[in-house]
Design a protein around this ligand. Structure first.
Ligand code: FES
Ligand code: FES
Length: 156
């Protein structure tokens, strides 16, 4: 370990994970490159699009602008930590049911941002959903089906 490297420890998708990272390593690079979690998408790289959203604790975070060392000790969840093909998370189910995705590039971030919303507010209004997801850009869907999918979860 050099002066610019740090041992970090986190719970990543439910698994205790220890790693040595450079002080300047971004969380997105740690997750995608060191942990092979390619569901974390990179687009704007400047905290505008939300494609790189992960959960740190119950909060949605842009992993493109967070250092990996700042996630030391945290509980981090990426889309790979939700359901799998045979056992989808309810948010994933709702996105499928409502056709709330096309190319899918924004979808991991959109789903994790939705999880965070429902943690903090299980019955958000349409306006609250629109406000909460305003930091997640989708180039395909026009948002309508995404909002409807999240509304269906709010009602249940
Ligand atoms: S890639 Fe992080 S917000 Fe766009
Ligand atoms: S589904 Fe393509 S960017 Fe949202």
């Amino acid at each position: 370990m050099t002066s610019s490297t740090h041992n970090i420890s986190m719970t990543l998708n439910g698994e205790k994970t220890n790693a040595l990272v450079e002080a300047h390593t971004l969380l997105i690079d740690f997750l995608r490159d060191a942990q092979n979690l390619r569901g974390v998408k990179r687009s704007c790289d400047m905290q505008i699009c939300g494609a790189c959203t992960v959960l740190v604790g119950d909060h949605p975070v842009s992993s493109c602008t967070m250092l990996a060392v700042d996630a030391d000790g945290a509980d981090v969840v990426t889309i790979e930590g939700l359901g799998d093909r045979d056992n989808l998370d309810p948010v994933q189910e709702a996105f499928l049911e409502f056709g709330a995705l096309q190319c899918g590039f924004c979808t991991p971030g959109m789903i994790l941002a939705t999880k965070a919303l429902l943690f903090s507010n299980p019955t958000p209004s349409r306006a609250e959903i629109e406000h909460h997801l305003s930091g997640n850009i989708c180039r395909c869907t026009g948002y309508q089906k995404i909002i409807e999918a999240v509304e269906s979860l709010a009602q249940t």
